[in-house]
Design a protein around this ligand. Structure first.
Ligand SMILES: Nc1ncnc2c1ncn2[C@@H]1O[C@H](COP(=O)(O)OP(=O)(O)OP(=O)(O)O)[C@@H](O)[C@H]1O
Ligand SMILES: [Mg+2]
Length: 422
């Protein structure tokens, strides 16, 4: 008999159309499934389409998903002679007793360890109550499959936040490091900053660390990666913050394949709640993969035309590649350089169809002091408004707060006026 715990029934009694990304709960965090085989036996094209879309979700990127029609009867037939995959999805439009009989038949041909997900038309709890025919949402299938492989002991599962610049030198690394610092200090979440700019990365300088080992050791010896090995690569910056530093040496070149960072990130994700990726401004197979597969993305842009174009292209591409996720976030940085003509946050909001998470002012004295002393902005000036902005970004990116309208920078005089008037 197939164990009941292995069955996840997706009931149709709560109609859930394929949820648009913005309806997702911020806190929802679905850890990706490992390299498993999934075979679905559908009865309706709607469910087949939802499973197909689920198979294309980033979290099922490693899984092999095969779909055929014919429901439970076809499944029983298919596995009489051939081995069963890791997961079987059965859509059952039949009466409940027929479904149960078929599941028993299936159990006889199932290999041990095969999990079965039932997409039901019948509400199990009050059987025969109603027969709602509504499509199953893609994200429900993603959640069910991934849920089978997340053991409760493996929690908390790390959430990956990728930070990238729309152009070089816009301050993406500075923003990433300050956000990570706020996550660790103010939210007390164990965090790791992974500096992926192997040749020129500045995380070591910014945190005043010069560790002998770091990300290069992980990426050049993927076979050695286990928790102990990774622990030795991390250098501790503060109570809750560690760094996987870039070597920032040029003897080697850093051309990687798309999956180069998969095993180090899987390992970090297993034990560290928050992983901040400092992604360099390069468009390559591995940077693209890191961005597409992150749980959240922050694009940092400066207020000029090239940044606007690039940010829009990145946001558009990432939205399309992640249809079941939150939209990527963006913030503006180095806003308000004296005498420089700039593109207004409102124009960014229009082009990117979203408000920036923050509008960070250009403060050369403050940021220059922090950079040259190996300090964070909060250490240089705890009461500065940018310190509060980094905290707010930290809260939103860890799901602790909803994205608020951008504050500060060009908007702040307006806000101040409104406050005075109020
Ligand atoms: N809001 C700001 N005001 C003033 N200076 C800033 C601000 N943000 C960042 N900087 C400065 O800009 C410089 C570039 O920052 P940073 O290295 O973080 O950019 P980046 O986008 O990561 O660059 P790269 O493309 O080289 O990775 C640094 O000297 C940093 O101190
Ligand atoms: Mg950088």
């Amino acid at each position: 008999m197939i164990k009941h715990a292995n069955q996840v029934a997706l009931h149709d009694d709560t109609p859930m159309p394929a949820a648009p990304a913005d309806n997702l709960v911020v806190e929802e965090h679905i850890a990706p499934a490992p390299r498993v085989s999934v075979q679905a036996f559908c009865e309706t094209v709607e469910t087949a389409a939802a499973v197909q879309a689920a198979g294309e979700d980033r979290r099922l990127g490693k899984a092999h998903v095969k779909i055929q029609m014919g429901g439970s009867a076809a499944a029983v037939e298919a596995y009489r002679a051939s081995p069963t995959p890791n997961v079987i999805i059965i859509e059952a439009e039949n009466r409940a007793d027929t479904i149960l009989a078929r599941l028993d038949q299936l159990a006889e041909v199932c290999d041990a360890g095969t999990r079965v997900i039932v997409v039901g038309r019948i509400n199990d709890v009050t059987l025969y109550r109603d027969y709602l025919i509504a499509p199953i949402g893609t994200i429900d299938i993603v959640r069910s499959i991934c849920g089978l492989f997340t053991s409760p002991e493996a929690k908390p599962v790390g959430r990956i936040v990728a930070v990238v610049g729309a152009k070089g030198g816009v301050g993406a690394s500075t923003v990433a490091h300050n956000i990570a610092w706020a996550i660790a200090r103010d939210l007390a979440l164990d965090s790791v900053v992974t500096d992926l700019d192997l040749a020129f990365g500045t995380a070591g300088l910014d945190y005043n660390q010069d560790p002998p080992q770091g990300i290069a050791d992980a990426v050049f010896s993927p076979d050695r990666i286990d928790t102990n090995f990774v622990d030795r690569l991390l250098s501790k910056c503060t109570d809750h913050l560690s760094l996987l530093a870039a070597p920032a040496t040029l003897e080697r070149v850093y051309d990687f394949g798309p999956e180069a960072f998969d095993s180090i990130l899987d390992s970090l994700r297993a034990s560290i709640p928050c992983i901040i990726l400092d992604v360099p401004h390069i468009w390559s197979s591995w940077t693209k993969r890191l961005l597409v597969s992150a749980d959240d993305i922050l694009v940092v842009a400066g207020p000029d035309l090239a940044n606007l174009r690039n940010a829009k292209n990145m946001v558009d591409l990432l939205r399309a590649a992640r249809p079941n996720d939150h939209h990527p976030h963006y913030c503006l940085n180095q806003v308000g350089v004296p005498k420089r003509p700039e593109i207004a946050p409102a124009d960014f909001a229009k082009a990117l169809e979203a408000q920036p998470l923050a509008v960070i002012p250009f403060e050369p004295q403050l940021f220059g002091t922090a950079a040259n002393n190996g300090q964070m902005i909060a250490e240089v000036s705890a009461s500065h408004k940018t310190t509060e902005m980094f905290l707010q970004l930290a809260q939103v990116l860890t799901g602790r707060a909803e994205a608020k309208r951008a504050r500060g920078g060009l908007l702040s005089p307006l806000l101040a006026m409104m406050k005075r008037a109020g």
